[in-house]
Design a protein around this ligand. Structure first.
Ligand code: PXP
Length: 247
């Protein structure tokens, strides 16, 4: 029996629905509290530069109200660094961000920006935040994340999930193998290994079975599924599948 895998629930898209009408509801902080009660081990929220879903006030309320750790996702910009240093969340996950993208499309190019990122994360680590870097399952990126002193890498599962959705089984399985190998490699360097993006009931099992994995971050599918079964049931079902994959 492997270690229990932590489930971080990303509540961004509760805010997407709220913002579609400019109303005060549905409230992502209420969803976060419910997720906590349903067994989430952490809450993930991405404050995007354009504030398309989560807003500054949501982050403030999450920091004040949560009992489980907050994983604050952000781009590596001065503005976001100042916000993170003000709130000192448990974890800061650095993600690439392009204004025109629909979601976080690729991993961070750590290798290309190594020097800047090393300086960028130092004050966050001094403030006590665990710094996580969202990257593709790519050896040079993992090595660069290790060199800059990150505590955690989160491996991008988006390509694996896309191949699955397209029915390209060979490409999906090749990507899964790459993720498995790179989870092992990152762990061998002493990095804590997380994964996430695009995971569903259909795709979570094989990833959850990686022995080196400590945490999965899942949002869009769970919030969508909550329309049909409720957030509590959706989280419980995801939790069950993660546990089954490791038993
Ligand atoms: N992990 C990271 C770093 C992300 O950027 C996201 C999306 O915000 C997720 C996990 C969750 O992805 P999804 O919403 O597709 O489950």
């Amino acid at each position: 029996m492997m270690d229990k895998l932590r489930l971080g629930v990303n509540i961004d898209h509760v805010a997407t629905v709220r913002n579609a009408r400019g109303s005060a509801y549905p409230d992502p902080v209420r969803a976060a509290k419910l997720a906590e009660e349903a067994g989430a081990d952490g809450i993930t929220a991405h404050l995007r530069e354009d504030r398309r879903h989560i807003g500054d006030a949501d982050i403030e309320r999450l920091v004040a109200d949560l009992s489980v750790p907050l994983n604050f996702e952000m781009a590596a910009t001065d503005e976001m660094q100042a916000i993170a240093l003000r709130h000192k969340p448990h974890a800061v996950c650095l993600v690439p961000e392009k204004r025109e993208e629909r979601t976080t499309e690729g991993g961070l190019e750590v290798a290309r920006e190594e020097n800047r990122l090393a300086h960028f994360i130092a004050p966050l680590q001094d403030a006590g935040c665990r710094v996580s870097i969202f990257i593709a399952a790519d050896r040079p990126q993992i090595e660069a994340a290790h060199r800059i002193g990150a505590a955690v890498v989160e491996l991008h599962t988006g390509a694996y999930c896309d191949f699955h959705a397209e029915g390209d089984i060979d490409a999906r399985d090749a990507e899964l193998e790459r993720l498995r190998e790179m989870a092992g490699f990152a762990h061998s360097l002493g990095l804590e290994v997380h994964a996430g993006h695009g995971l569903t009931y259909d795709t979570v099992g094989p990833v959850a079975a990686f022995p080196e994995l400590k945490e999965l971050n899942i949002g869009h599918f769970l919030i969508g599924e909550a329309i049909f079964s409720g957030l509590t049931a959706a989280i419980a079902e995801m939790r069950r599948m993660m546990d089954d994959a490791r038993s």
